[in-house]
Design a binder for this molecule. Sequence first.
Ligand SMILES: C[S@@+](CC[C@H](N)C(=O)[O-])C[C@H]1O[C@@H](n2cnc3c(N)ncnc32)[C@H](O)[C@@H]1O
Length: 238
Amino acid sequence: MANKESSYVQDIFNRISHKYDFLNNLLSFGLHNLWKRKLVKLLKPVDGENWADLCCGTGDMSILISHRISPSGSVVGVDNASEILSIARLRVEKKRKKLISNKVIKWENKDIFDIDHTVNVFDGVCMSYGLRNLKDVEQGLEKVFFLLKERGRAGFLDFNHSSDKSLASLFQKIYLRFVVVPFSKIFSLGSEYSYIEQSIRDFPDGIKLIQISKRIGFSSAEYKTLLGGQMGILLLKR
Ligand SMILES: C[S@@+](CC[C@H](N)C(=O)[O-])C[C@H]1O[C@@H](n2cnc3c(N)ncnc32)[C@H](O)[C@@H]1O
């Protein structure tokens, strides 16, 4: 990718923050909610655990996990784009009356690479549509490894990078070029969303993600595809 520095990605997400949830729902036909729920189901967070939702955006995963780890657990949602994080904060404020309290979810506006990982503090870490956006995927997975307690688990939901000649890859390109970009252009966000195709091209495929994770030291790594290979879930255990 031409430019994948944190500040470049941060600018994109600050710019699209006001339309992020709306376009996510529209462009995925609401399916991203199902995939996020699936990830939570696979990760099985339980009451009393401490979780981190890295690259949390508007906080979908943090909110889903908060229901599982309440009342005695905690979730910290981390994102370096302040605009998108302020939407997450506002959402939880609004839902405060419905059980999710600010005591359970905390927000941190910082780069995930700046989190101090000298102590293994989390029972679980999740990242939805974040790993692909990091300046270095391997360093991102390494960071997660050090943040997890022994036997902690992590799950990553993202676009699946399938081989260039596969039908899944062809469908993905058509969908991104002829649905996602034109629709986002209507909201003057075409260039921001054309970044997705570029980011998938540089993203390791499932086999590579497993290899990288094992090299880092995760004791178990598995990869599942969703929707005919359009999306993928990487599940890791420390
Ligand atoms: C595609 S959004 C995903 C948001 C949310 N997790 C979801 O699934 O809707 C990617 C998010 O990652 C954040 N991000 C990218 N690189 C980051 C980094 N190095 N540190 C913290 N946040 C980062 C962006 O600001 C953005 O909010």
